[in-house]
Design a protein. Sequence first.
Length: 341
Amino acid sequence: MSDIKNKVERDRRDFLLSASALGIAGAYMATAGFNPAIADELTKSEKPLKAAFSNAGLQATWCAQGKQAAEAWGKLMNVEVTWFDGQLDAVKQRAAIDNMASQKWDFVAIQAFGIGTLVDPVNKMIDAGIPVIDLDTLIAPLDTINVHTMLAPDNIFMGSSVTQQIVDAMGGEGTIIMTQGALGHSGAQGRAKGFEKIIKNYPKIQVLNTDPADWDVTKVARIWDTHLTKYPDIKAAFFHNDDMALAAANVMKARGRTGIIIGGVDAMPPALEAVMDGRMLATVRNPSCRIHGWAVAAGVAAVVSGEKTGKGIPKNIVTDGPVITKETAPGIAWMERHFLI
């Protein structure tokens, strides 16, 4: 009996010591700026919320994936997501956002097709007290518009990291073409800067062409048919997104020009497969699922917790993803299937 009593006393002492240790650890983490209950903040809204989303155009696989991610995160967090398709056209997106601004929402999230094209309807919503979350590209320079926050990758990093891999594969010399997205898109502008940042260090590399294709696979196929006729020697090509890269690769294959080194941006599932099987040298993840999913989380926090710009949430949040290799591609593909990156 005394053994049992001793064991009970030891268990009681161990429990008290453990509880004390946990209390000390919790107090330490709190003084160090870490809240042990931080996970409690990522919770769904008790009441259903209504959110409006728009991105550049659902013809682009990155945008289509973003819509799926926003809807999936919306279901988890009790948010009904209504979509306003930009249709890869600044005029059509403006009409859609004018329509959005005529309605009442708990919060909205927008990826503009071009900088400055949506300022008036966005300001109308901001003035009405609706938190507006900027996705991926600038609606307007952040010091000129009171968006709740901006969720976007470092586009210069994405452009430079893929370009560096292409240049290394070229051996630092030869000819290259950059096919740009929409020139009024801040993401495209950053990717172009990243490309130029690397290329300027290689005087033996000649840039043959930098025409934009506006994210449009039909346009890029037409442009690249012309390139392959005009330029008999193209060693490499950098594309501002994977959709354009793979569309051009199909034209190259049809024309028997499969030796061109290809790099892209976004790391969409077809591009992950292309990297794994060698049809593309490299891509980098522009995390559509993070950007659109985190927009839902930011909107819920703004409405439910009263989170304010510059206090609860910074004005600009960098949402970078990794450069893709054959080794990392399978893990990225899994995360994308679950809308995690």
